[in-house]
Design a protein. Sequence first.
Length: 294
Amino acid sequence: MTTETLRTAVVRRRSATFGRARIRPVLTHLALAAAALVMLYPVIWMVVSSLRPGNEIFREPGLLIKDLEISNYRVGWNALTEPFTRYLLNSAAVVFGAVLGNLVSCSMAAYAFARLEFAGKKFWFSIMLVTIMLPIHVVIVPQYILFSQAGWINTFLPLIVPKFLATDAFFVFLMVQFIRGIPRELDEAARIDGCGKAGIFLRVILPLMVPALATTTIFTFIWTWNDFFSQLIYLTDPKMYTVPVALRSFVDATASTNWGSMFAMSVVSLVPVFLAFLLGQRFLIKGIATTGIK
């Protein structure tokens, strides 16, 4: 009886353990799904609101749509002084210049900090890291004065030119960490084959930096596309507005706000960001995982 009782207890314990092992992943996935739903609810609500009549957006709770109002997209596209295509093209121009500037300047600065030897290297690297801690509100006034004296206000130059001067220290640091993970033996082999410092950078380092460059591209695209403060400061002509500034124009404090059209154009503005993240997610994860930033 003692042996049978012991066997029965062991079988029950194994069954209970097996049951918990099967239930635990299910509960984990349910918890993750619930958390994802909570985080995505504002986006889902915005998409639903873009398909509702304006007078029902804040009256009807939940996500049910009684009257489908697709015309919000047509009205919103032409609701401002310029068609919304103009603002999308303006944002695309700023994003393209910012991405190109960060890729060129930050990669060169990172190569210098990671591979070259020059006077005050550690000091300047520390200064570069300190700039990451400075909020944009600290430097926006002197920058505005400088660009105003240069006659760059109401142009895209204040939003693009600084990117070619490696002002985004975060990306410089990210690329430095990546280059430090590349074996120096590759540099020595290229030097033996007759490559100089520029040749090593262009033929050896740069092709191996694809994950870091992809990460820089995605982050720069998302941050520049969604940037509102800087673009609001420097762009004053409605024809020069980018997407975030144009969306702000839908809200009128002196008249009724067309919420349906604003939400419709907000959904349109999210599509490029969603596609950029969807297409570059693999490179983004790989780039962050291989740069030491974890």
